[in-house]
Design a protein around this ligand. Sequence first.
Ligand code: SF4
Ligand code: SF4
Length: 565
Amino acid sequence: MPEVEALSAQGASMEEIPMETTVLIIGGGWSGMKVAAELISMGYGVVLAAGGTGIGGEPPGDHSASVNQKALTTLLGSVKKADGIEILTSTSLVSLTGVPGSFRARFEQSGEFLERDVGAVVVALETQRVSLAEAYGLSEDENILTQSQLEHVFASGEEKDRLLGGGSKDVLFLVGLQQEGGPVVMERAIESAINIQEAEGLQATILVGNVKLAQHGLETLYKQSREKGVLYFKLREPPHIKQNGVDVSIEFFDNVLHGPVVLRPDVLVVEEAIRSHPQASDVAQVLGIDRDAEGFLQSDNVHFFPTRSNREGVYVVGPARLSSSLAEGWKDAQNAVLEVRQLLGKGKRVVPREKAKIHRGKCTICLTCFRVCPHGAIYWDNRAVISPVACQGCGICASECPMDAIQLVDFRDDQIEDQILQLSATSVDGPQMIAFCCQNSAYEAAQMARVVGGSAPKGLQIVKVPCAGKVDVDYILTAFKAGVDGVLVLACHKDNCKSQQGNTFAEWRVEHAGNMLEESGLEKERLCFATIASNMPMEFVRITKEMEDKLNQLGPSRIKRGAAA
Ligand code: SF4
Ligand code: SF4
């Protein structure tokens, strides 16, 4: 695999940038407060914007060993009396402009607008819990409770005596029988079931269907509940439920007993679905960040885990990014604070002067770069400007700019084109093919293939690109014009591109270039787009070998044959 190591030796000079050290936290729940407390303890200022009339709120249902009511009360007290925090209640964010280290946040509060300068944003919206009673065909009654209502009953001694006192009672939980349950749902049910077992005369039974159980400590909690005497029935199908006021019967087939079972609980506890915050969609839109399939505020992209969003300087924690327990939310809070510290430092940041440059004379302010930049790195004076803090150097803007006004410092078009020409002039054994390899995936897979002894084709030549989204149609055509037999564009898998859409842009351009090849009489099959992960060296070998086979069947390219004649 001959390769010309490009272009990173340019060594962009460094620049010191002032960074605003106040951080905006969106969400006044327990995760938001944890972030606030950690930031204040490190000397950062905080603006905490909460949609509700206060901060804190109800204790979350799970009682993770490390987080208890006392810890919550202490946290609330310390945040309320801290210097350096401004708490804005009944407030919603209406816009966030600027770049990391220098954002301007605009809020609406009771019909008034206010603005604050912040260096970073942490989104800590809590989840909402939605009763699934209706999905189970149940209507409200005094002995039919949601998981949250049961937790309230336990918190209030009087209610507990009224509902659960006065002799032996059976309490039945329904979990994961109307939708796939998450670990938090299961954890809450088990916690409550243990509390019930510990009360005199009560027996807890859990009917469980489809539940994800991957959460630290859940297995131990389950074992503890078994030791306390909690009964479990694992069901494949939802049970038949009949309700007549407070009388409920639950019938199901038990695979262990090999027969039907009918239970008539005194108290029935119905699971709740845990959904993203009702404002999550609006907040995502205002911040320009992506959501996952369930509406939580982080896309399923491993490059962003645990707390980064696609917009540099905007972080998401705990219940804002997934259904998580309080303890997990607090771990996220610490991770987000580390990110903030790395970004803002002590109010100054030294960064490479620029990863991408805009030729201001060529810029026609068409907004294309602003729209396509996945990291929110473009802003305006009277032309487009790139923030050196936010820019990740992916090059998507450079390849999309209709005026060719943008160049990456380390991957200029002329450098890459020279590299293509230099490689194509090199003689190789077998079909000659150039692979444009994303440095985050295919390039690493190629390196690993060498290390593990995977034998890629001898005629394969590699051009490293910062992101597949930087591969211009011109690069592909230059390679073919120079006589190579085939071209591969190798990108990250879907939803796994560090620059979100770099792989999609690359695929579109390959399709476009393929059509142009066909029109010029070259076989479209000489051009291949594929996705790969960095840890897939043998897949790299397979893709390139398949391409070699195809090129062997097609024979040398018409352009190469023409040049040789
Ligand atoms: S895409 Fe190019 S021309 Fe359009 S605003 Fe950006 S730099 Fe200017
Ligand atoms: S190079 Fe990538 S991150 Fe930088 S401004 Fe362009 S699109 Fe945004």
